[in-house]
Design a protein. Structure first.
Length: 489
């Protein structure tokens, strides 16, 4: 099961890595042709769209994965739920468009929100029969679909930006990708539409808890974006939005695609003890893959802004230095939703999201009002720390994994990240010296390379000092670079 999960994870992560690389190219192209205010306006509109989409996300795929045999009526029920969701989301966003424009005092939002509402509608209309590939841990169709959709979005957005120089280019690219994905899903997994809710009871329990959880999680996810436009101007919000998007690339490219392989893997664990070990293994794999990427983004924040975004984005470097460091705190407990679905205890995810939202709301409102952008950054750091502690307590209650065992796993990652993080300090100060563009970029890249070496050395040192059995990181790296996985990588 570890081998099969690793193979499936490589396909899903590989797919997202390629698609997010294309997203990054799209972002960089648009950043050169559009300004921070354009990005701020679209980010303002997308915040409401993403929150609405997340709130009404229906985990029909996860429900189907748990069923041993899937009938035609189950697929039809899943498709019917998707269509009803799409109609509801589109109508709700169109109704909210004008009030949102009044709230943010930005008239352009009305039409923009209405057009962008098409994106979540299209994403929810994929063929439910695609879940058959997931059950076989075969994610190659997803790879092809993501790659094709992202290339289409790049071409449409870049072409529209070049011709119009308008923020509508971002909206056009946002809609083009999902439209193509829906068409391709039915080419891979044909399904003749037949509207019915005959098998609704198969989804009812998971959808019920998931709805409550999604409301809290989506508000928690986008809370600072909801409130920040009230504290700062549109250009500053654009800087924050782009820095947040770049920070989110490792999560979207590596973490999100692991949800389905982990869900399938956890479902095959027969005992609570095996579930605990599987959770720790999954947690270690996420930290190993994502933490060094986030640290690299922090170390190279000035280079990313100067080289890739351009001089109009200078203020983004400050945010890009600290947001990735804060994001590291969320890595160890990423597999909690997959684990909760496996043991059918989604109420624990709801409790976690309630705690996260309460702490974050208070901190963001108070510190954002007092200190603006800097206050938002501090609020996120404090909220992430509280979330990590609460998550560890939830894991203990859910599967009986002791706090001592969880802390021991966390400390094993501390030394490698600390050694790598040391290079952030000189990266901050070399910006104060006038080295010239070439010398500055070369020195920053040299520090990044040395930080990676320090991270790998820290993993080896930790293993030697603890005299532990072979760590999960070693197994993961071996599987990643085995000959039979090279095409996937």
């Amino acid at each position: 099961m570890s081998d099969r999960t690793a193979r499936a994870s490589i396909w899903t992560v590989g797919s997202k890595l390629v698609s997010k690389a294309i997203d990054l190219v799209t972002l960089l192209c648009l950043a050169r042709m559009l300004g921070p205010s354009d990005f701020g306006l679209v980010a303002m509109a997308m915040t409401s769209v993403l929150i609405t989409e997340a709130i009404f996300e229906l985990p029909v795929g996860a429900a189907l994965v748990r069923l041993p045999d899937i009938t035609k009526d189950m697929f039809d029920t899943a498709l019917t739920l998707g269509i009803l969701r799409a109609i509801f989301i589109s109508a709700l966003l169109c109704l909210l468009a004008y009030p949102l424009a009044l709230f943010y005092q930005e008239p352009k939002l009305t039409a923009l929100v209405c057009v962008l509402s098409l994106a979540p509608v299209l994403r929810g209309l994929r063929s439910p029969r695609m879940i058959l590939f997931t059950k076989r841990l075969d994610f190659r169709p997803d790879f092809v679909m993501d790659l094709t959709a992202k290339l289409t979005s790049l071409i449409v957005a870049a072409g529209a930006a070049w011709m119009t120089g308008s923020y509508w280019a971002i909206a056009a690219g946002t809609i083009a990708g999902p439209a193509l994905t829906v068409s391709m899903s039915y080419a891979y997994s044909p399904l003749r539409p037949h509207l019915t809710l005959k098998e609704l009871h198969r989804f009812a329990q998971m959808i019920g808890w998931n709805m409550v959880s999604q409301v809290l999680q989506s508000l928690n996810w986008q809370l600072e974006k909801l409130l920040l436009p009230r504290f700062v101007d549109l250009a500053s919000f654009g800087h924050y939005s782009v820095a947040n998007d770049i920070t989110g690339v490792p999560f979207q490219a590596i973490v999100q695609p692991l949800f389905r392989p982990f869900l399938v893997a956890f479902a095959h664990m027969g005992t609570t003890e095996k579930l605990g070990e599987a959770y720790l293994k999954a947690s270690s794999a996420i930290v190993l893959l994502v933490a060094p990427v986030l640290l690299l983004i922090s170390i190279l924040s000035d280079v990313v802004v100067d080289v890739l975004l351009g001089p109009s984005w200078t203020n983004t470097a400050y945010l890009l230095r600290y947001l990735p460091l804060i994001a590291i705190l969320a890595l160890p407990t990423i597999p909690i939703p997959s684990l909760a679905m496996t043991v059918n205890r989604m109420h624990f995810v709801t409790i976690k999201n309630m705690s996260d939202l309460a702490s974050k709301a208070v901190l963001v409102i108070v510190l954002g009002y007092v200190a603006g952008m800097q206050g938002i950054v501090v609020a996120q750091a404090l909220a992430a720390t509280i979330s990590l502690i609460v998550s560890m307590l939830i894991i203990k209650s859910m599967i009986g994994l002791s706090l001592m065992r969880q802390c021991k796993e966390l400390t094993r990652h501390f030394l490698p990240m600390f050694l790598m993080g040391l290079f952030i300090i000189p990266a901050v100060y070399i910006r104060n010296y006038d080295l010239g563009f070439v010398r500055f970029t070369s020195l920053a890249c040299l520090m990044a390379a040395m930080s990676i070496i320090a991270y790998l050395a820290g993993i080896v040192l930790t293993f030697k000092m603890t005299n532990a059995r072979r760590p999960a990181e070693y197994d993961l790296l071996v599987r990643l670079f085995k000959h039979k996985f090279r095409p996937a990588v």
